[in-house]
Design a protein around this ligand. Sequence first.
Ligand SMILES: [Zn+2]
Ligand SMILES: [Zn+2]
Length: 441
Amino acid sequence: MPRFLIAIALSLGLLAVPAAADEALYQAIDNDYAYLEDLYLYLHRNPELSYQEQKTMKRIAAELGGLGFEVTENVGGFGLVGVMENGEGPTVLIRTDLDALPLQEQTGLPYASVIRGINQAGEEVSIMHACGHDIHMSTFIGTARRLVELKDSWRGTLVMIGQPAEERGGGARAMLNDGLFERFPLPDYNLALHDGAGAPAGTIGYTSGYALANVDSVDIIVHGIGGHGAYPHTTKDPVVLAAQIVVGLQTLVSRVISPLDPGVVTVGSIHGGTKHNIISDNVKLQLTVRSYTDEVRKTLLDGIKRIAENLGRAAGLPEDKLPEVIVSEDDRTPSTYNDPALSDRVTKAMRAAGVAGIIREIPPVMGGEDFSEYGRTEEKIPGFLFWVGAVNPEEYATTVAAGGSFPSLHSPFFAPDPEPTIKTGVRAMTIAALELLGKAE
Ligand SMILES: [Zn+2]
Ligand SMILES: [Zn+2]
């Protein structure tokens, strides 16, 4: 860790000295790193797109099977579930995601992915683990290996799941719909981690309460009555109407929801028309809509429909040609709520064990994660997702000093520093699980 971070951490009382048991655990994690690095390099070189994670599922299933987990494959597509029962005690679910993204890696790393595949539209694309799900899987297996080795010191049931299609927002729902909570032991707690592209490796960030947003995708088809550009009075121009809708939508966040409630309405795509002098028949808008609470989500989605339809009426369109507002059923993730009591308990244990250089509470983000789905069933299972910094610490220090920024998640330049990231992730997740599982008598 850079010296200035240590100074900040010491001044905030964030650095703890690990006890002897934790020292032994961390030594074991260090000793296991060569194994995890091999796994990481394999996964990084062999990324698979969402809904195509068959080889990845097989590899992770084989790792868990080799450790003595009872493994079931093909849960909700290419998902897998590993169960280890170890006496009376709580059931803890740990989730990793499996999928990668359609990007051509540009990190220049010797182990950069050169894999190509076919996406859902039938196009050939490059594939890269640009969200670090390969880091997550390596950390997940590292944690499993430690918890199996420490089996005499805990009691309860471990449910370790590899989830497909996180990037498409559908994998968690698919696993739940395939009976995750009926066919396998019902968890008392759900845990997950995500690597962070803007924080140094060796640090942990977390948010208590709402941590990630409700993410909805909305399409608006603005119909018009087309004609010659020289005779606008004989048409209903959908380009003008679409422009009014885009501007009208800006009042939702600024004037309709409370200034104290976060919300985002972004029109990310607008397409219509073919030529200078033709008034077209339609314009298509694509929106991303973000919020934390379900009430704000409903207000925003209802408001989009109200504004679009009524501006259509104001333009004089007949009722059967009003703008169509389509909220996607599949392309959405609900907000992630980190149970405050659980966040508190787990991060206290991490701090006491000296898991990372810095463990600090950070602001929520408007990104989305379908880990949230596991806490949204009728059982309302408390969950906790935390961030593990992934930027090489020296690079972090020099970039910050120079006022620069880092390649984000989903960037073709995203290059996590695997060793400190994976080691910190394994430490943190192992300590979290040990805290929640029962103690051996
Ligand atoms: Zn991602
Ligand atoms: Zn991700």
